[in-house]
Design a protein around this ligand. Structure first.
Ligand SMILES: Cc1cc2nc3c(=O)[nH]c(=O)nc-3n(C[C@H](O)[C@H](O)[C@H](O)COP(=O)(O)OP(=O)(O)OC[C@H]3O[C@@H](n4cnc5c(N)ncnc54)[C@H](O)[C@@H]3O)c2cc1C
Length: 459
Protein backbone atom coordinates (compact mmCIF):
# COMPACT_ATOMS: atom_id res chain seq x y z
CA UNK A 1 0.00 0.00 0.00
CA UNK A 2 2.80 2.40 0.95
CA UNK A 3 4.50 1.79 -2.41
CA UNK A 4 1.22 2.45 -4.24
CA UNK A 5 0.73 5.72 -2.37
CA UNK A 6 4.29 6.74 -3.12
CA UNK A 7 3.81 5.80 -6.77
CA UNK A 8 0.75 8.03 -7.00
CA UNK A 9 2.67 10.78 -5.26
CA UNK A 10 5.50 10.53 -7.77
CA UNK A 11 3.10 10.60 -10.70
CA UNK A 12 1.31 13.66 -9.37
CA UNK A 13 4.61 15.43 -8.76
CA UNK A 14 5.67 14.58 -12.30
CA UNK A 15 2.51 16.26 -13.59
CA UNK A 16 3.06 19.19 -11.29
CA UNK A 17 6.41 19.64 -12.90
CA UNK A 18 5.01 20.10 -16.42
CA UNK A 19 4.72 23.84 -15.73
CA UNK A 20 8.53 24.16 -15.87
CA UNK A 21 10.53 25.45 -18.79
CA UNK A 22 9.96 23.30 -21.90
CA UNK A 23 12.57 20.77 -22.96
CA UNK A 24 14.59 21.91 -25.94
CA UNK A 25 16.99 19.18 -26.95
CA UNK A 26 18.54 21.39 -29.63
CA UNK A 27 20.04 23.67 -27.01
CA UNK A 28 22.34 21.38 -25.16
CA UNK A 29 24.40 24.10 -23.62
CA UNK A 30 24.15 25.51 -20.14
CA UNK A 31 26.20 27.43 -17.65
CA UNK A 32 25.46 24.83 -15.00
CA UNK A 33 24.45 21.21 -15.49
CA UNK A 34 22.92 19.52 -12.45
CA UNK A 35 22.80 15.72 -12.40
CA UNK A 36 19.99 14.37 -10.22
CA UNK A 37 16.62 15.77 -9.27
CA UNK A 38 16.27 14.89 -5.59
CA UNK A 39 16.58 17.45 -2.81
CA UNK A 40 20.21 18.41 -3.36
CA UNK A 41 19.88 18.68 -7.13
CA UNK A 42 16.71 20.77 -7.00
CA UNK A 43 18.16 23.12 -4.40
CA UNK A 44 21.41 23.48 -6.38
CA UNK A 45 19.41 24.15 -9.55
CA UNK A 46 17.29 26.83 -7.86
CA UNK A 47 20.36 28.51 -6.38
CA UNK A 48 22.23 28.46 -9.69
CA UNK A 49 19.15 29.73 -11.54
CA UNK A 50 18.86 32.64 -9.09
CA UNK A 51 22.10 34.02 -10.48
CA UNK A 52 20.44 34.34 -13.89
CA UNK A 53 22.65 31.74 -15.51
CA UNK A 54 21.28 29.05 -17.81
CA UNK A 55 20.78 25.83 -15.85
CA UNK A 56 19.85 22.34 -17.03
CA UNK A 57 18.95 19.62 -14.53
CA UNK A 58 18.84 16.04 -15.76
CA UNK A 59 16.93 13.36 -13.85
CA UNK A 60 17.08 9.79 -15.05
CA UNK A 61 13.74 8.77 -13.58
CA UNK A 62 10.34 9.80 -14.97
CA UNK A 63 9.74 11.98 -11.89
CA UNK A 64 11.71 14.21 -9.56
CA UNK A 65 12.20 13.47 -5.89
CA UNK A 66 14.74 10.66 -5.42
CA UNK A 67 15.01 9.42 -1.85
CA UNK A 68 14.20 12.92 -0.68
CA UNK A 69 10.55 12.27 -1.40
CA UNK A 70 10.50 9.31 0.97
CA UNK A 71 12.20 11.21 3.80
CA UNK A 72 9.86 10.23 6.53
CA UNK A 73 10.41 12.33 9.61
CA UNK A 74 11.92 15.78 9.34
CA UNK A 75 15.05 17.90 9.45
CA UNK A 76 17.68 18.45 12.12
CA UNK A 77 18.54 22.09 12.73
CA UNK A 78 19.71 24.29 15.59
CA UNK A 79 18.91 27.71 17.04
CA UNK A 80 15.98 28.06 14.65
CA UNK A 81 12.87 30.21 14.82
CA UNK A 82 11.02 27.12 16.00
CA UNK A 83 13.39 26.67 18.93
CA UNK A 84 12.90 30.32 19.86
CA UNK A 85 9.11 30.05 19.56
CA UNK A 86 8.85 26.84 21.59
CA UNK A 87 11.46 27.74 24.18
CA UNK A 88 13.02 24.33 23.60
CA UNK A 89 16.75 24.66 23.18
CA UNK A 90 18.98 22.95 20.65
CA UNK A 91 22.03 25.12 20.08
CA UNK A 92 24.52 25.19 17.25
CA UNK A 93 27.08 23.77 19.62
CA UNK A 94 24.71 20.93 20.60
CA UNK A 95 24.20 20.28 16.89
CA UNK A 96 27.91 20.29 16.11
CA UNK A 97 28.80 18.03 19.01
CA UNK A 98 25.98 15.60 18.26
CA UNK A 99 27.00 15.36 14.61
CA UNK A 100 30.69 14.87 15.40
CA UNK A 101 30.06 12.35 18.19
CA UNK A 102 27.65 10.32 16.08
CA UNK A 103 30.25 10.23 13.31
CA UNK A 104 32.72 8.82 15.86
CA UNK A 105 34.70 11.98 15.21
CA UNK A 106 35.43 10.87 11.67
CA UNK A 107 33.43 13.65 10.03
CA UNK A 108 35.18 16.66 8.55
CA UNK A 109 34.69 19.30 11.26
CA UNK A 110 34.95 22.20 8.81
CA UNK A 111 32.11 20.83 6.69
CA UNK A 112 30.03 20.02 9.77
CA UNK A 113 30.53 23.58 11.04
CA UNK A 114 29.10 24.93 7.76
CA UNK A 115 26.17 22.52 7.99
CA UNK A 116 25.40 23.64 11.52
CA UNK A 117 25.94 27.36 10.94
CA UNK A 118 23.59 27.37 7.96
CA UNK A 119 20.86 25.19 9.46
CA UNK A 120 18.70 28.01 10.88
CA UNK A 121 18.65 29.87 7.57
CA UNK A 122 17.90 26.63 5.72
CA UNK A 123 14.83 26.18 7.90
CA UNK A 124 13.83 29.80 7.37
CA UNK A 125 14.09 29.27 3.62
CA UNK A 126 11.84 26.21 3.89
CA UNK A 127 9.32 28.37 5.73
CA UNK A 128 9.45 30.89 2.89
CA UNK A 129 8.73 28.03 0.50
CA UNK A 130 5.70 27.05 2.59
CA UNK A 131 7.14 24.12 4.56
CA UNK A 132 6.07 24.77 8.15
CA UNK A 133 7.78 22.84 10.91
CA UNK A 134 7.75 22.46 14.67
CA UNK A 135 10.11 21.10 17.31
CA UNK A 136 9.20 17.47 17.79
CA UNK A 137 9.60 17.32 21.57
CA UNK A 138 11.77 18.30 24.52
CA UNK A 139 13.23 14.80 24.43
CA UNK A 140 14.23 15.21 20.77
CA UNK A 141 14.81 18.95 20.34
CA UNK A 142 17.01 18.44 17.27
CA UNK A 143 14.09 17.15 15.17
CA UNK A 144 11.94 19.64 13.31
CA UNK A 145 8.93 17.85 11.90
CA UNK A 146 6.10 19.03 9.67
CA UNK A 147 3.14 20.68 11.34
CA UNK A 148 1.09 18.30 9.22
CA UNK A 149 1.49 15.96 6.25
CA UNK A 150 4.35 13.89 4.85
CA UNK A 151 7.73 15.54 5.19
CA UNK A 152 9.55 14.40 2.05
CA UNK A 153 6.58 14.95 -0.22
CA UNK A 154 6.19 18.52 1.06
CA UNK A 155 9.87 19.23 0.54
CA UNK A 156 9.91 18.04 -3.04
CA UNK A 157 6.64 19.79 -3.90
CA UNK A 158 8.05 23.05 -2.48
CA UNK A 159 11.30 22.72 -4.42
CA UNK A 160 9.47 22.02 -7.67
CA UNK A 161 7.18 24.98 -7.14
CA UNK A 162 10.21 27.20 -6.59
CA UNK A 163 12.09 25.75 -9.57
CA UNK A 164 9.08 26.46 -11.79
CA UNK A 165 9.62 30.20 -11.21
CA UNK A 166 12.86 30.25 -13.21
CA UNK A 167 12.59 30.29 -16.98
CA UNK A 168 16.38 29.93 -17.17
CA UNK A 169 16.11 26.53 -15.42
CA UNK A 170 15.26 23.59 -17.65
CA UNK A 171 14.55 20.17 -16.20
CA UNK A 172 14.84 17.07 -18.33
CA UNK A 173 13.25 13.90 -16.97
CA UNK A 174 14.07 10.40 -18.21
CA UNK A 175 17.54 11.72 -18.93
CA UNK A 176 20.44 9.80 -17.47
CA UNK A 177 23.95 11.21 -17.23
CA UNK A 178 26.42 8.53 -18.34
CA UNK A 179 29.79 10.19 -18.01
CA UNK A 180 31.48 13.50 -17.47
CA UNK A 181 33.14 15.33 -20.33
CA UNK A 182 36.59 16.68 -19.52
CA UNK A 183 38.59 19.11 -21.63
CA UNK A 184 42.07 20.20 -20.58
CA UNK A 185 41.44 18.90 -17.08
CA UNK A 186 38.19 20.85 -16.67
CA UNK A 187 34.75 19.21 -16.42
CA UNK A 188 32.73 20.81 -19.21
CA UNK A 189 29.52 18.80 -19.32
CA UNK A 190 28.22 15.28 -19.49
CA UNK A 191 27.08 12.69 -21.95
CA UNK A 192 23.42 11.86 -21.33
CA UNK A 193 20.88 9.39 -22.68
CA UNK A 194 17.15 9.97 -23.00
CA UNK A 195 14.39 8.10 -24.82
CA UNK A 196 15.62 9.45 -28.17
CA UNK A 197 19.29 8.62 -27.83
CA UNK A 198 22.63 9.73 -26.45
CA UNK A 199 24.00 13.26 -26.70
CA UNK A 200 26.29 15.69 -24.90
CA UNK A 201 25.29 18.65 -22.76
CA UNK A 202 28.09 21.16 -22.47
CA UNK A 203 28.32 23.41 -19.46
CA UNK A 204 30.77 25.56 -17.56
CA UNK A 205 30.29 23.43 -14.47
CA UNK A 206 28.58 20.23 -13.37
CA UNK A 207 26.95 19.54 -9.98
CA UNK A 208 26.64 15.86 -9.10
CA UNK A 209 23.56 15.29 -6.91
CA UNK A 210 22.88 11.67 -7.70
CA UNK A 211 22.18 10.41 -4.16
CA UNK A 212 23.59 7.30 -2.49
CA UNK A 213 24.22 3.65 -3.34
CA UNK A 214 21.09 2.33 -1.67
CA UNK A 215 19.77 0.59 -4.76
CA UNK A 216 23.11 -0.88 -5.79
CA UNK A 217 23.79 -3.87 -3.51
CA UNK A 218 26.85 -4.93 -5.53
CA UNK A 219 28.46 -1.54 -5.05
CA UNK A 220 27.62 -1.57 -1.34
CA UNK A 221 29.22 -5.01 -1.04
CA UNK A 222 32.28 -3.77 -2.94
CA UNK A 223 32.84 -1.04 -0.38
CA UNK A 224 31.89 -3.17 2.61
CA UNK A 225 31.78 -6.96 2.19
CA UNK A 226 29.84 -7.32 5.46
CA UNK A 227 26.80 -6.07 3.62
CA UNK A 228 26.95 -8.49 0.69
CA UNK A 229 23.39 -9.48 -0.32
CA UNK A 230 21.89 -6.39 1.30
CA UNK A 231 18.29 -5.77 0.25
CA UNK A 232 16.92 -2.61 -1.26
CA UNK A 233 13.67 -2.24 0.65
CA UNK A 234 14.25 1.34 1.71
CA UNK A 235 15.08 3.28 -1.38
CA UNK A 236 13.73 4.73 -4.60
CA UNK A 237 15.19 3.17 -7.75
CA UNK A 238 17.54 5.96 -8.83
CA UNK A 239 20.07 5.62 -6.00
CA UNK A 240 22.58 3.46 -7.85
CA UNK A 241 25.81 5.33 -7.16
CA UNK A 242 26.14 6.80 -10.67
CA UNK A 243 27.74 9.99 -9.40
CA UNK A 244 30.46 8.01 -7.65
CA UNK A 245 31.13 5.98 -10.81
CA UNK A 246 31.27 9.06 -13.03
CA UNK A 247 33.49 11.00 -10.64
CA UNK A 248 35.88 8.08 -10.19
CA UNK A 249 36.44 8.16 -13.95
CA UNK A 250 37.81 11.68 -13.55
CA UNK A 251 40.05 10.68 -10.65
CA UNK A 252 37.87 11.92 -7.77
CA UNK A 253 38.76 11.01 -4.20
CA UNK A 254 36.28 9.18 -1.98
CA UNK A 255 35.93 9.32 1.78
CA UNK A 256 34.34 6.99 4.35
CA UNK A 257 32.96 4.62 1.71
CA UNK A 258 32.94 1.64 4.07
CA UNK A 259 30.29 3.23 6.28
CA UNK A 260 26.61 2.62 5.66
CA UNK A 261 23.62 2.95 7.92
CA UNK A 262 21.90 -0.38 7.58
CA UNK A 263 18.66 -1.45 9.21
CA UNK A 264 18.44 -5.07 10.33
CA UNK A 265 14.67 -4.98 10.71
CA UNK A 266 13.19 -3.79 7.46
CA UNK A 267 10.56 -4.63 4.89
CA UNK A 268 8.22 -3.02 2.38
CA UNK A 269 9.87 0.38 2.46
CA UNK A 270 10.02 0.65 6.25
CA UNK A 271 12.29 -0.17 9.13
CA UNK A 272 11.41 -1.18 12.66
CA UNK A 273 13.28 -0.21 15.76
CA UNK A 274 15.61 -2.87 17.10
CA UNK A 275 14.04 -2.61 20.55
CA UNK A 276 11.60 -5.32 19.41
CA UNK A 277 14.48 -7.75 19.72
CA UNK A 278 16.65 -6.11 22.33
CA UNK A 279 14.55 -4.93 25.31
CA UNK A 280 15.04 -6.81 28.56
CA UNK A 281 12.15 -9.27 29.02
CA UNK A 282 9.89 -7.59 26.46
CA UNK A 283 11.61 -8.64 23.25
CA UNK A 284 11.64 -11.42 20.73
CA UNK A 285 14.28 -13.32 18.83
CA UNK A 286 15.52 -13.73 15.29
CA UNK A 287 15.41 -17.10 13.57
CA UNK A 288 16.59 -18.10 10.12
CA UNK A 289 14.63 -20.12 7.56
CA UNK A 290 15.81 -23.28 9.32
CA UNK A 291 14.05 -22.14 12.49
CA UNK A 292 17.15 -21.56 14.63
CA UNK A 293 18.69 -18.54 16.28
CA UNK A 294 22.00 -17.44 14.80
CA UNK A 295 23.06 -14.19 16.48
CA UNK A 296 23.04 -11.90 19.48
CA UNK A 297 19.95 -9.86 18.74
CA UNK A 298 21.11 -7.14 21.14
CA UNK A 299 24.33 -6.49 19.23
CA UNK A 300 24.81 -3.27 17.25
CA UNK A 301 22.20 -2.96 14.47
CA UNK A 302 24.86 -3.18 11.78
CA UNK A 303 26.21 -6.41 13.29
CA UNK A 304 22.75 -7.93 13.48
CA UNK A 305 22.15 -6.90 9.86
CA UNK A 306 25.36 -8.50 8.61
CA UNK A 307 24.59 -11.72 10.53
CA UNK A 308 21.12 -11.92 8.95
CA UNK A 309 22.68 -11.40 5.54
CA UNK A 310 24.76 -14.56 6.04
CA UNK A 311 21.63 -16.72 6.47
CA UNK A 312 19.69 -18.57 3.74
CA UNK A 313 18.21 -16.05 1.29
CA UNK A 314 19.78 -13.30 3.42
CA UNK A 315 16.67 -13.02 5.57
CA UNK A 316 15.36 -13.76 9.04
CA UNK A 317 12.07 -13.90 10.90
CA UNK A 318 11.41 -11.74 13.95
CA UNK A 319 9.52 -13.94 16.43
CA UNK A 320 7.74 -12.26 19.33
CA UNK A 321 4.78 -12.77 21.60
CA UNK A 322 1.66 -10.81 22.49
CA UNK A 323 3.39 -8.97 25.34
CA UNK A 324 5.99 -7.58 22.94
CA UNK A 325 3.27 -6.71 20.46
CA UNK A 326 1.45 -4.75 23.15
CA UNK A 327 4.60 -3.08 24.49
CA UNK A 328 6.22 -1.75 21.31
CA UNK A 329 4.65 0.41 18.62
CA UNK A 330 7.32 -0.88 16.28
CA UNK A 331 6.19 -4.46 16.84
CA UNK A 332 2.71 -3.48 15.67
CA UNK A 333 4.21 -1.55 12.77
CA UNK A 334 6.38 -4.52 11.77
CA UNK A 335 3.43 -6.90 11.91
CA UNK A 336 1.22 -4.62 9.81
CA UNK A 337 3.66 -3.19 7.29
CA UNK A 338 5.80 -6.33 7.17
CA UNK A 339 2.65 -8.39 6.55
CA UNK A 340 3.50 -10.70 9.41
CA UNK A 341 1.88 -13.93 10.48
CA UNK A 342 0.09 -14.57 13.78
CA UNK A 343 -0.96 -17.86 15.39
CA UNK A 344 -2.06 -19.17 18.75
CA UNK A 345 0.74 -21.71 18.94
CA UNK A 346 4.35 -21.77 17.83
CA UNK A 347 3.67 -24.90 15.77
CA UNK A 348 0.90 -23.14 13.86
CA UNK A 349 3.13 -20.08 13.39
CA UNK A 350 5.92 -22.28 12.06
CA UNK A 351 3.54 -23.76 9.48
CA UNK A 352 2.53 -20.28 8.31
CA UNK A 353 6.13 -19.27 7.61
CA UNK A 354 7.29 -22.64 6.28
CA UNK A 355 9.62 -23.46 9.16
CA UNK A 356 9.86 -26.89 10.81
CA UNK A 357 7.54 -26.75 13.83
CA UNK A 358 9.60 -28.96 16.15
CA UNK A 359 12.72 -26.90 15.43
CA UNK A 360 10.99 -23.59 16.17
CA UNK A 361 9.50 -24.98 19.38
CA UNK A 362 12.88 -26.27 20.49
CA UNK A 363 14.55 -22.95 19.66
CA UNK A 364 12.01 -20.97 21.68
CA UNK A 365 11.96 -23.40 24.60
CA UNK A 366 15.71 -23.39 25.09
CA UNK A 367 15.79 -19.60 24.74
CA UNK A 368 13.03 -19.18 27.32
CA UNK A 369 15.03 -21.41 29.65
CA UNK A 370 17.89 -18.94 29.42
CA UNK A 371 20.10 -20.83 26.99
CA UNK A 372 21.84 -18.28 24.84
CA UNK A 373 24.99 -19.17 22.95
CA UNK A 374 25.26 -15.65 21.55
CA UNK A 375 25.63 -13.62 24.76
CA UNK A 376 22.65 -11.32 24.55
CA UNK A 377 22.93 -8.41 26.95
CA UNK A 378 19.16 -8.46 27.58
CA UNK A 379 17.10 -11.61 27.49
CA UNK A 380 13.49 -11.53 26.40
CA UNK A 381 10.83 -14.18 26.60
CA UNK A 382 8.55 -15.65 23.96
CA UNK A 383 5.89 -17.09 26.23
CA UNK A 384 2.45 -15.63 25.77
CA UNK A 385 0.40 -16.37 22.67
CA UNK A 386 -0.68 -15.40 20.18
CA UNK A 387 2.78 -15.51 18.63
CA UNK A 388 3.97 -13.33 15.75
CA UNK A 389 6.47 -13.77 12.90
CA UNK A 390 7.65 -10.99 10.58
CA UNK A 391 10.09 -11.55 7.75
CA UNK A 392 12.95 -9.05 7.75
CA UNK A 393 15.21 -8.09 4.85
CA UNK A 394 18.10 -5.92 6.10
CA UNK A 395 18.39 -2.84 3.91
CA UNK A 396 20.57 0.18 3.51
CA UNK A 397 19.14 3.40 4.86
CA UNK A 398 21.93 5.83 4.17
CA UNK A 399 25.27 5.97 2.35
CA UNK A 400 27.62 7.72 4.73
CA UNK A 401 30.65 8.12 2.47
CA UNK A 402 31.00 9.77 -0.90
CA UNK A 403 32.94 12.26 -2.95
CA UNK A 404 35.53 14.31 -1.13
CA UNK A 405 34.62 17.98 -1.35
CA UNK A 406 35.93 21.24 0.05
CA UNK A 407 33.96 24.04 1.72
CA UNK A 408 32.86 25.32 -1.71
CA UNK A 409 31.45 21.87 -2.60
CA UNK A 410 34.16 21.42 -5.22
CA UNK A 411 35.14 17.81 -5.78
CA UNK A 412 38.71 16.95 -4.80
CA UNK A 413 40.89 14.52 -6.76
CA UNK A 414 43.18 11.77 -5.52
CA UNK A 415 46.11 14.21 -5.42
CA UNK A 416 44.21 16.55 -3.12
CA UNK A 417 43.47 19.13 -5.82
CA UNK A 418 40.16 20.60 -6.92
CA UNK A 419 38.71 19.06 -10.09
CA UNK A 420 37.85 22.27 -11.96
CA UNK A 421 34.20 22.48 -12.97
CA UNK A 422 32.98 19.64 -10.74
CA UNK A 423 30.79 20.09 -7.64
CA UNK A 424 28.80 17.69 -5.47
CA UNK A 425 25.98 17.92 -2.93
CA UNK A 426 23.64 15.61 -1.05
CA UNK A 427 24.12 11.94 -0.34
CA UNK A 428 26.73 11.55 -3.10
CA UNK A 429 28.99 13.85 -1.12
CA UNK A 430 31.16 12.48 1.67
CA UNK A 431 32.74 14.04 4.74
CA UNK A 432 29.75 14.97 6.89
CA UNK A 433 28.99 11.71 8.65
CA UNK A 434 31.99 9.43 9.11
CA UNK A 435 30.72 6.30 10.84
CA UNK A 436 27.28 7.56 11.86
CA UNK A 437 24.68 10.10 10.85
CA UNK A 438 22.35 12.18 12.93
CA UNK A 439 18.98 11.50 11.36
CA UNK A 440 17.56 14.67 9.83
CA UNK A 441 20.94 16.15 8.94
CA UNK A 442 20.56 14.74 5.45
CA UNK A 443 17.74 16.82 4.06
CA UNK A 444 19.56 19.67 5.80
CA UNK A 445 22.77 18.94 3.91
CA UNK A 446 20.77 18.80 0.67
CA UNK A 447 19.83 22.43 1.30
CA UNK A 448 23.09 23.74 2.74
CA UNK A 449 25.48 22.09 0.30
CA UNK A 450 22.98 22.17 -2.56
CA UNK A 451 22.97 25.96 -2.22
CA UNK A 452 26.76 26.13 -1.92
CA UNK A 453 27.28 23.88 -4.95
CA UNK A 454 24.66 25.64 -7.08
CA UNK A 455 25.92 29.10 -6.26
CA UNK A 456 29.61 28.33 -6.78
CA UNK A 457 29.00 26.34 -9.96
CA UNK A 458 27.26 29.40 -11.39
CA UNK A 459 30.17 31.79 -10.74
C1 LIG B 1 13.14 5.68 4.19
C2 LIG B 1 14.03 6.89 4.36
C3 LIG B 1 13.65 7.90 5.23
C4 LIG B 1 14.45 9.02 5.39
N1 LIG B 1 14.04 10.00 6.24
C5 LIG B 1 14.80 11.11 6.37
C6 LIG B 1 14.36 12.19 7.20
O1 LIG B 1 13.30 12.14 7.81
N2 LIG B 1 15.17 13.28 7.29
C7 LIG B 1 16.36 13.37 6.61
O2 LIG B 1 17.03 14.39 6.74
N3 LIG B 1 16.78 12.38 5.82
C8 LIG B 1 16.03 11.27 5.66
N4 LIG B 1 16.46 10.27 4.85
C9 LIG B 1 17.68 10.48 4.06
C10 LIG B 1 17.40 11.44 2.89
O3 LIG B 1 16.20 11.06 2.27
C11 LIG B 1 18.48 11.43 1.83
O4 LIG B 1 19.72 11.35 2.37
C12 LIG B 1 18.45 12.68 0.96
O5 LIG B 1 17.14 12.99 0.61
C13 LIG B 1 19.27 12.51 -0.29
O6 LIG B 1 19.04 13.57 -1.17
P1 LIG B 1 19.84 13.62 -2.54
O7 LIG B 1 19.27 14.74 -3.33
O8 LIG B 1 21.28 13.59 -2.29
O9 LIG B 1 19.49 12.23 -3.23
P2 LIG B 1 18.11 11.73 -3.80
O10 LIG B 1 16.98 12.45 -3.19
O11 LIG B 1 18.12 10.27 -3.74
O12 LIG B 1 18.15 12.21 -5.32
C14 LIG B 1 19.09 11.73 -6.24
C15 LIG B 1 18.48 11.79 -7.62
O13 LIG B 1 19.48 11.60 -8.61
C16 LIG B 1 18.94 10.82 -9.66
N5 LIG B 1 20.03 10.22 -10.41
C17 LIG B 1 20.89 9.27 -9.97
N6 LIG B 1 21.78 8.97 -10.93
C18 LIG B 1 21.48 9.76 -11.99
C19 LIG B 1 22.03 9.90 -13.30
N7 LIG B 1 23.06 9.14 -13.71
N8 LIG B 1 21.49 10.79 -14.16
C20 LIG B 1 20.42 11.53 -13.77
N9 LIG B 1 19.83 11.43 -12.56
C21 LIG B 1 20.37 10.55 -11.68
C22 LIG B 1 18.07 9.83 -8.91
O14 LIG B 1 17.14 9.20 -9.77
C23 LIG B 1 17.44 10.70 -7.84
O15 LIG B 1 16.24 11.26 -8.28
C24 LIG B 1 15.67 9.12 4.68
C25 LIG B 1 16.06 8.12 3.81
C26 LIG B 1 15.25 7.01 3.64
C27 LIG B 1 15.70 5.95 2.70
Amino acid sequence: MKKIILGLLLISLAFMFTGCAPQDNKKNEADVLIVGGGGAGLVAAIEAAKTGKKVILVEKMPALGGNTIISATGITASDTIYHQESGISFTKEDHYQRTMTTSKNLANGDLVRILVDESASAVLWLKELGVNLKVRSEAEPFWLVPVEGHYGAQLVAAYIQEANKYSNLEIRLNTKANKLIVENGVVVGAEVTDNDGTYNISSKAVVLATGGLNNNPEMIAYYNAKYANIHTQMTTPGATGDGITMALEVNAELVDMEFFQVRPLSSNGNWYHERIISTEDLSGILINKEGVRFTNETAAPRTVASEILKQSDALAYIIFDQRVYDAHADAKKAFTIGRGEKADTLAALAALIGVDAATLEATVTSYNEGEDAFNRTALGKVIEGPFYAVKTLPSNHYTMGGLKVNELAQVINKSGQVIPGLYAAGEVMGGLYGDGRVAGNNTLDDIVFGKIAGFNAAQ
